[in-house]
Ligand binder design. Structure first.
Ligand SMILES: [Zn+2]
Length: 82
């Protein structure tokens, strides 16, 4: 894979785990954060959502999704503040 290509990113979101995740393909970390923020606010208005969880994966060169970690701080999307 060409290193200059932007990574393929996937936001996942589960309402009331262990339900199946919703998945959103995104093109940037900023877009991933925006979606996660929107999902968080939306769920606060849904009385049937008792808990939720979300995260970001990146498509590896081997074609497998891997958890995304920040290049700068090594944290995941939920804790990275870069
Ligand atoms: Zn970071």
């Amino acid at each position: 894979m060409n290193k200059t290509e932007s990574p393929i990113l996937k936001v996942w979101w589960v309402r009331n785990p262990p339900n199946n995740p919703e998945v959103y393909i995104v093109s940037s970390i900023k877009q991933a954060r925006d979606i996660l923020n929107k999902l968080t606010s939306a769920d606060l208005k849904l009385p049937h959502v008792l808990s939720n969880a979300g995260g970001l994966c990146v498509l590896g060169e081997d074609g497998e999704w891997e958890d995304w970690y920040c290049d700068t701080c090594a944290e995941d999307i939920n804790t990275c503040k870069c």
